[in-house]
Design a protein around this ligand. Structure first.
Ligand code: MRU
Length: 370
């Protein structure tokens, strides 16, 4: 379903460069950019040219490899890691991927570090594709088990598709697998204020893939569930605590509450790399606070096709912009991972941890226990 060309981050072995899609320009412009310096990588992550937990992690791994190609010293390793780690606080994949590269290169002589770091980044990239494909297969099993006659209506939030990973996505992987398997699937795409990743990224992805979808205002999702128009909700995760609490794009929690009240299954699709075993519960997860300007204004194309940013509120209005929220494990029907479907509970996470420990991991990252 995905050609080599259709991915969020490419490595060109001839020019030895990383190429990303600048997601801040979608859906109106598909612009690919080369990332050449450590500061390019840091800027790409912090400005959200690349975003989504798994993609942030893989991009950071390539960024560290790039920095080590310039200067493989211990000082450079530490300072480049710190710079990349500071770009965004919530998605734990960032730390996970940087740790995977650091663990690999630290014991090596400086001269051998750049190549080893690049190998690790490439391995994390390959692994992300396989991981998301497996999440899609397990998610497809859940969708089939719903056994809905006619159209299957999946609701999602933010963008947890291939733009947020390398290919497939997490929450959207089951949708793509279902569509490829001939299921009549339709997606309710919640716009995801304030940055509108649903309306601008998820809708764009689904349109390109030929999957029917409808964009809805975030606040309408509860009503759609009450009307029986939603068969399940599938979202992603930026960080998952050891007790099964899930931190995802702000607005996820409200959907989980509405899903519980309407007995709609609420599934969270996540790679093991989003689990932070050091977080006992969601209360330990740092929530990114972004610029309030994102709440107070909106950007888009005007009638002449020019990009414009307009103010939504009276000048001088106060605003606050927490970018993520925590959904308590009790509201999560199940966690859909590359290792299977698990209960969102300390017991479920414990079982998942055991399965992961029994698998070897080429990058030294995902299977590793903290
Ligand atoms: O702020 P963003 O756009 O990086 O937030 C992304 C999300 O919240 C996704 O749902 C999450 O990273 C899971 S992506 C597979």
């Amino acid at each position: 379903m995905f050609s080599d060309d259709l991915c969020s981050l490419r490595w060109d072995p001839v020019s030895e460069t990383v190429e990303i899609i600048d997601q801040t320009l979608l859906p109106h412009t598909l612009c690919r950019r080369h990332l050449d310096t450590l500061s390019d990588f840091c800027h790409a992550i912090s400005s959200m040219q690349v975003r989504g937990a798994p993609l942030i992690g893989v991009t950071a791994a390539f960024g560290l490899a790039r920095a080590l190609a310039e200067d493989p010293s211990d000082v450079s390793l530490e300072s480049a890691s710190a710079a990349l780690l500071a770009t965004r606080p919530t998605a734990v994949n960032l730390r996970w991927a940087l740790d995977a590269v650091r663990d690999k290169v630290r014991p090596l002589q400086p001269g051998a570090r750049a190549a080893a770091a690049l190998d690790t980044a490439l391995s994390l990239r390959r692994e992300d594709i396989a991981t998301c494909s497996a999440i899609g297969d397990y998610g497809l099993g859940l969708l089939r088990a719903l056994d809905r006659p006619g159209e299957l209506n999946v609701m999602t939030h933010c963008n947890a598709g291939w733009l947020a990973t390398i290919q497939w996505g997490t929450a959207l992987a089951p949708v793509y697998k279902a569509s490829a398997a001939g299921l009549a699937v339709h997606v309710w795409v919640s716009e995801t204020r304030p940055r509108n990743q649903g309306a601008s990224l998820t809708a764009w992805e689904l349109q390109r893939a030929g999957v029917p979808f409808t964009i809805v205002a975030d606040n309408s999702c509860g009503q759609l569930m009450r009307q029986g128009l939603v068969d399940c909700v599938i979202v992603g995760s930026d960080r998952t605590a050891a007790n099964g609490d899930v931190c995802n794009k702000v607005g996820t929690y409200l959907k989980a509450l509405a899903a519980r009240d309407n007995t709609v299954p609420f599934w969270v699709a996540l790679p093991g790399s989003t689990i932070d075993w050091s977080c006992i519960s969601g209360a330990d997860i740092p929530i990114e606070e972004r610029d309030p300007a994102e709440v107070l204004s909106i950007a888009g194309l005007d009638a002449a096709g020019e990009r414009r940013e307009v103010n939504l509120a009276a000048a001088g209005s106060a605003a606050r912009n927490p970018a993520f929220d925590v959904t308590p494990a009790a509201l999560v029907t199940a966690l859909v991972t590359e290792q299977g479907v698990f209960e969102a509970s300390p017991d479920g996470l414990g079982k998942l941890r055991n399965v992961r420990a029994s698998h070897t991991d080429p990058a030294g990252g995902p299977g590793r226990q903290r």
